[in-house]
Design a protein around this ligand. Structure first.
Ligand code: MN
Length: 250
């Protein structure tokens, strides 16, 4: 069952999409660039969609980090830009307090939104990487509501320590797993197009920014992949029916 999201009550003309900013506790070039992006380009848009992994880790809304980014998001939504966020595989614990604090509405993943009258599927993208069986097992575990309640009931320091261990484990997994295994699975992509009846999917996660044009059941279909913000920024803009994927050099 795919949920559909209304966007601020009207069809937006100018939307921006980002994903995988991967902000961590150490303020660096990515944070500086992203803050600038929120304060300038994003202010001109009708809506901003953050498609997951805005933060490198998120151990609960009570953690004290990232105040500058939270402030900038609050300023953006307060100025009238509709802000939406999906959970990524790193910040899947973003919760209601984050949403209240920033004005960013948390959307389910996947979700269908409407742009220019077209239904478009938005997803972080990790669920499409079905060849990575070890990761999918982990995903099932940590997306379980009972597991999340138990984790969030632990002291903050314990959660931070567990998150550090999980990051180290994730790095080791990435280092020993073939890149092809960590990309999207073609059948999973086809199934997503088919089951949602969309002809455009926008996602991140794989850090392989590209626009893939193809055919699904004989009709043109497009999969737009957002890039990560490690070396430079990456942003998709939608304006009056046209999509443009751009690298944002530093
Ligand atoms: Mn990800």
């Amino acid at each position: 069952m795919i949920r559909e999201a209304a966007v601020s009550g009207r069809d937006p003309r100018h939307c921006l999409f980002v994903s995988d900013v991967h902000l961590d506790a150490v303020a660096g070039a990515a944070e500086h660039q992203f803050l600038q992006f929120l304060r300038t380009e994003a202010m001109q848009a009708d809506a901003l969609y953050i498609l997951g992994d805005l933060f490198e880790t998120w151990v609960g809304d009570d953690a004290p980090e990232q105040q500058a980014v939270l402030d900038a998001l609050t300023a953006l939504s307060t100025s009238g830009v509709a802000c939406f966020a999906l959970h990524g595989n790193r910040d899947f614990l973003l919760g209601e307090a984050f949403s209240q604090r920033t004005g960013c509405r948390l959307l389910p993943d996947p979700v269908v939104a409407h742009f220019g009258g077209e239904r478009v599927l938005l997803t972080h993208g990790d669920a499409l990487c079905t060849d990575d069986h070890a990761y999918q097992e982990l995903r099932t575990l940590v997306r379980n509501a009972h597991w999340q309640r138990r984790f969030l009931s632990l002291p903050l320091a314990t959660r931070q320590q567990l998150a550090d261990e999980a990051r180290a484990g994730s790095r080791a997994h990435t280092a020993r797993t073939q890149p092809r295994i960590m990309d999207v699975n073609a059948s999973a992509v086809e199934a997503a197009f088919h089951s949602t009846r969309v002809r455009r999917i926008i996602h991140g996660h794989t850090h392989r920014p590209a626009v893939h044009d193809g055919l699904i059941e004989g009709t043109p279909a497009q999969r737009i992949v957002l890039g990560a913000w490690y070396e430079q920024g990456s942003c998709l803009s939608y304006r009056d029916g046209r999509y443009e994927l751009r690298a944002l050099p530093r």
